[in-house]
Design a protein around this ligand. Structure first.
Ligand SMILES: CC(C)(COP(=O)(O)OP(=O)(O)OC[C@H]1O[C@@H](n2cnc3c(N)ncnc32)[C@H](O)[C@@H]1OP(=O)(O)O)[C@@H](O)C(=O)NCCC(=O)NCCS
Length: 176
């Protein structure tokens, strides 16, 4: 499994990820072709922004785009979410992708904390977050909320993912 940037050629794979039981869990309609094309174009625009504050990355398993993981760093605390194509559930891909994205968040992006949430009727998502190191922080409006914090002493590994561009807001203000 590796995380990578989306390209316009991923539109059909994104449409399939946003289908079936995956979107029923999210409470939204299945994605159509036009929306999928807009989605990958928007992801590419966000990838070019400096500083980069929105990451939408593909979860690639041997060339098959099985899911998406997102990190929004507009606020001081990042927000993370994910979506896996139904036929790829239960193989550890969501957990592996969240662990990779947290390494990017705490390493390259220098975030101190990242939040996430899932609906109360989605325990598998809670299990993903717990396995990746998130701690439950509360519940409201049908959602359970979690936070992951950067560990002091640098025990989380720092990551610069090979397939991901990282224009950061680092202390020197440089983009890389
Ligand atoms: C939730 C989701 C991301 C999980 O993806 P995944 O790749 O199957 O996750 P993983 O394989 O890494 O881990 C799933 C864990 O949940 C557990 N699990 C599965 N169903 C469960 C259930 N009903 N109750 C409790 N745990 C459950 C699995 O056993 C596994 O834990 P384990 O490794 O300790 O056995 C995926 O099902 C999905 O995309 N769902 C639709 C969209 C969604 O819910 N997104 C998250 C919104 S917050």
């Amino acid at each position: 499994m590796n995380l990578r940037e989306l390209t316009t050629e991923d539109a059909d794979a994104v449409r399939r990820i946003y289908g079936g039981a995956s979107v029923r869990r999210l409470g939204r309609a299945e994605m159509g072709h036009a929306e999928a094309q807009r989605y990958v174009r928007q992801a590419a625009r966000w990838a070019r922004e400096v500083p980069r504050v929105r990451h939408i990355l593909g979860i690639d398993v041997a060339g098959d785009l099985v899911g998406l993981v997102k990190l929004d760093t507009i606020a001081a605390q990042g927000r993370l979410s994910y979506l896996l194509r139904e036929d790829s559930w239960g193989r550890g891909y969501a957990t592996a992708a969240v662990v990779e994205l947290l390494a990017l968040a705490f390493g390259t992006l220098h975030l101190a904390a990242v939040g996430a949430r899932h609906r109360t009727d989605n325990p598998a998502s809670g299990r993903v977050l717990a396995k990746a190191g998130f701690v439950r922080s509360g519940a409201s409006d049908g959602f359970v909320h979690y936070t992951a914090r950067r560990r002091s002493g640098g025990t989380r590994r720092s990551a610069r993912l090979p397939g991901v561009s990282t224009a950061t807001r680092d202390p020197a203000g440089s983009a890389g």
